[in-house]
Design a binder for this molecule. Structure first.
Ligand code: S3P
Ligand code: PEP
Length: 430
C-alpha cells in the first residue's frame, strides 16, 4: 500500500493503542498458566503470531469482545503439530524458541524474509548449554531454527549487546526447568527496560526471579515453578504514542491529547522527557494517564542515548530533522538488528527529504533544517513508515510505500492520524 501526505496540523483526542510488549508477555504467560483472561490486548500482526504459536504449544485462546480467554498448557508445552511461523515478530521467535526447549520433542520455527535475517546466536548457544539441542537450518544462527527440547537449568552466560529478547525468553522458559538457572549478562545489557517488563509480568504470574545487580547483572531463576497468571489489562503503548506526540510537537497549530498513558516500566515513556528537553509544550497528568502536546514551538537539538530505548530511534531521528542545531543519536548499534537495519533505513530515506545526516556504526548525527516533500521507501518496517509519515506531515507532498506494515504494531495508525485531521490519503493501486 502507498499513501500520499500533505502538510497537516493535528487536533483532538486519541486513546493510545495497547502495548505490544505487554501483550506478547501476557499471552505467553497466560498460555503457560492454567486459565487466564487478557483484557484489552493489542491485536496486531506481531501479537497474533504469538497467539498462533501459543496455540501450537497447546494453549486454547479465544477472542471475546475486548478480551482473550486463555486455557493454558499449565507449564507443559506440547510438541507443535506444525512449524511455528513467527512472521515478522522478533519477540515471538525468541520467546517461542526458548519455550520449545521445554518440550519432549522437536519444534521448527521460522518467519518472514525480514525475521530470517535477524540474529539468534546467543540464545541458541545458551539453550544448548541448558540441555536443549538447537540448530539453524542454514548454519547461520538465523531462522529457520530447529529445537529439540530438554532444558534442565544450569549456570550460563549470555551477551547483552544484541537483543534483550534472548534474556526475556530465558527468564520465561527457565522457571519450568527441573533445576535452577543462573544467567549472567556479559557486557552492558541493551534494551534493559524490556527485561524489567518481563520480570514485572513474571511476578504477576507467580514466578520468582532474583536479580543481582552488583558486579554486572545476574538473574537467578529457581526451577520447578508454576505459572499462575489469572487476569491482566494491557496498558497503553508509549512507542506507538511517540508518533502522535512527536507529530503534534512538530506541527504548527496542533493540539493533541493522548489518553491511556499511565506510568509504566516501558522505557519508551522517555519520549515525554525527550520532547520536554527539545522544548516542546507537553504536559503529562500521570494520575489520569493523559498527555497533552501543543505544536508551534521551535524544537532544539538533542543528544539521545538509544541503549535502553531502541524503538524510539526513528521518532527521534525525525524530530532531530526539524530541530535547531545538530542532534546525536548514540549507542544505537542494536537498532540495526530490527525488522530492517533502521539506522541505515533512516540514513537512506531522510536525506531524500533534504535532511543532513551522517551514519556511523552505532550513531546518527542529524542537523535540523527544512524538510522537503519526496517519494520515500518505508522498507516494509512499521516504525520507518510511521516516522516517515511524521516527516511527510511537516514537508507535505510526500509519498510513502509499504505502509501496510503499520499492522505490525499499530494497525489503526493512519485511521487515528486522519481522525486528528492529518492529510493522508491512500494511493489507489495502478
Ligand atoms: O522484548 C520486547 O518486547 C522488545 C524488545 C526490544 O528488542 P531488543 O531487545 O532486541 O532491542 C524492542 O526493540 C522490541 O520492539 C520489543
Ligand atoms: C523490533 C521490534 O519488534 P520485534 O523485535 O518483536 O520484531 C519493533 O516493534 O520495533
Amino acid at each position: 500500500m502507498r499513501v500520499s501526505i500533505n502538510k497537516s496540523s493535528i487536533k483532538g483526542e486519541v486513546f493510545a493503542p495497547p502495548s505490544k510488549s505487554y501483550t506478547h508477555r501476557a499471552i505467553t504467560l497466560a498460555a503457560l498458566s492454567e486459565e487466564a483472561v487478557v483484557h484489552r490486548p493489542l491485536l496486531s500482526a506481531d501479537t497474533l503470531a504469538t497467539v498462533r504459536a501459543s496455540r501450537l504449544f497447546g494453549a486454547s485462546i479465544e477472542e471475546k469482545g475486548d478480551k482473550l480467554l486463555v486455557r493454558g498448557m499449565a507449564g507443559r508445552p506440547g510438541v507443535p503439530d506444525d512449524v511455528i511461523d513467527a512472521a515478522n515478530s522478533g519477540t515471538t521467535l525468541r520467546f517461542m524458541t526458548a519455550i520449545a526447549g521445554l518440550t519432549d520433542g522437536i519444534t521448527v520455527l521460522t518467519g518472514d524474509s525480514s525475521l530470517r535475517t535477524r540474529p539468534n546466536g546467543p540464545l541458541l548457544e545458551v539453550l544448548n548449554r541448558l540441555g536443549a539441542k538447537t540448530c539453524s537450518t542454514r548454519g547461520n544462527e538465523r531462522a529457520p531454527i530447529v529445537v529439540k527440547g530438554g532444558i534442565k537449568g544450569s549456570e550460563v552466560e549470555i551477551s547483552g549487546s544484541i537483543s534483550s529478547q534472548f534474556i526475556s525468553a530465558l527468564l520465561i522458559a527457565c522457571p519450568l526447568a527441573e533445576n535452577s538457572t543462573t544467567l549472567s549478562i556479559i557486557g552492558k545489557l541493551k534494551s534493559r527496560p524490556y527485561v524489567d517488563v518481563t520480570i514485572e509480568m513474571l511476578g504477576l504470574a507467580g514466578i520468582k526471579i532474583h536479580t543481582d545487580d552488583n558486579n554486572g547483572i545476574k538473574f537467578i531463576i529457581p526451577g520447578k515453578q508454576k505459572y499462575s497468571l489469572k487476569e491482566y489489562t494491557i496498558p497503553g503503548d508509549f512507542s506507538s504514542a511517540s508518533y502522535l506526540l512527536a507529530s503534534a510537537a512538530m506541527l504548527d497549530g496542533s493540539e493533541v491529547t493522548v489518553k491511556n498513558l499511565f506510568p509504566s516500566k516501558q522505557g519508551d515513556k522517555v519520549i515525554i522527557d525527550i520532547l520536554k528537553q527539545m522544548g516542546a509544550d507537553i504536559t503529562w497528568d500521570m494520575e489520569a494517564g493523559i498527555v497533552t502536546v501543543r505544536g508551534g514551538r521551535k524544537l532544539k537539538a538533542i543528544t539521545f542515548d538509544a541503549g535502553s530505548t531502541p524503538d524510539l530511534v526513528p521518532t527521534v531521528a525525525v524530530l532531530a530533522s526539524v530541530a535547531e542545531g545538530t542532534s546525536r543519536i548514540e549507542n544505537a548499534e542494536h537498532v540495526r538488528y530490527k525488522e530492517t537495519d533502521r539506522l541505515h533505513a533512516l540514513a537512506t530515506e531522510l536525506p531524500k527529504m533534504g535532511v543532513s545526516l551522517k551514519e556511523e556504526k552505532d550513531s546518527l548525527t542529524i542537523t535540523g533544517g527544512t524538510l522537503e516533500g519526496a517519494e520515500v521507501h518505508g522498507w516494509d518496517d512499521h516504525r520507518i513508515v510511521m516516522s516517515l509519515a511524521m516527516a511527510g506531515m511537516v514537508a507535505g507532498n510526500t509519498k510513502i510505500d509499504t505502509t501496510e506494515s503499520v499492522s505490525i504494531s499499530y494497525p489503526d495508525f493512519f485511521k487515528d492520524m486522519c481522525s486528528l485531521g492529518a492529510k493522508i490519503e491512500e494511493i489507489p493501486e495502478e
